[in-house]
Design a protein around this ligand. Structure first.
Ligand SMILES: Cc1cc2nc3c(=O)[nH]c(=O)nc-3n(C[C@H](O)[C@H](O)[C@H](O)COP(=O)(O)O)c2cc1C
Length: 145
């Protein structure tokens, strides 16, 4: 059975809600899942999992949340070849071209670290996720792992 790690950053709870719903999707797809607030996570933890998921909101003007900045920086020094990943973003479309920018940044850094993307970044307005879409991404991850 593939094992999965979801690391999330949240301020007002939307991303946490999305991450919890995605945990259920991954379990349904047959993975063993660990869900961790980024404040309790280290980038190197990802080395121990087949499936890597980052769920993050975006702050400032297209910025990474403070809480997840160290995690992001530390990913630059880690080799994640052989792993598959997906990124979930929560944001606000009124930020226009900065919509869910932090999720795009994680997409880029995970690719640079050598992990393989199993599905396009799923950008979600606040907490308005589609459970069917989450299930689809979870299945793609399990199939690719
Ligand atoms: C000060 C501030 C700045 C924000 N900047 C952005 C932004 O640049 N891009 C974006 O898509 N959303 C932005 N947002 C919206 C949040 O990402 C959105 O409300 C998100 O759902 C919060 O997630 P959380 O409930 O997990 O904390 C901003 C929100 C606040 C309060």
């Amino acid at each position: 059975m593939a094992n999965a790690k979801i690391v999330y950053a949240t301020m007002t709870g939307n991303t946490e809600e999305i991450a919890q719903a995605f945990q259920e999707s991954l379990k349904k797809a047959g993975a063993e899942v660990e869900l961790t607030d980024v404040n309790d996570a280290k980038a190197e933890d990802f080395k121990n999992f087949d499936i890597l998921v980052v769920a993050t909101y975006t702050y400032g003007q297209g910025e990474l949340p403070d809480d997840i900045q160290d995690f992001y920086e530390d990913l630059k020094d880690i080799d994640l070849a052989g792993k598959v990943y997906a990124v979930l973003g929560s944001g606000d479309t009124s930020y226009d071209y900065m919509y869910c920018k932090a999720a795009d940044d994680f997409d880029a850094i995970l690719t640079e670290a050598g992990a393989k993307k199993a599905a396009p970044v799923y950008k979600i307005e606040f907490n308005e996720y589609d459970q069917g879409k989450l299930d689809e991404i979870a299945q793609a991850l399990v199939n690719a792992a």
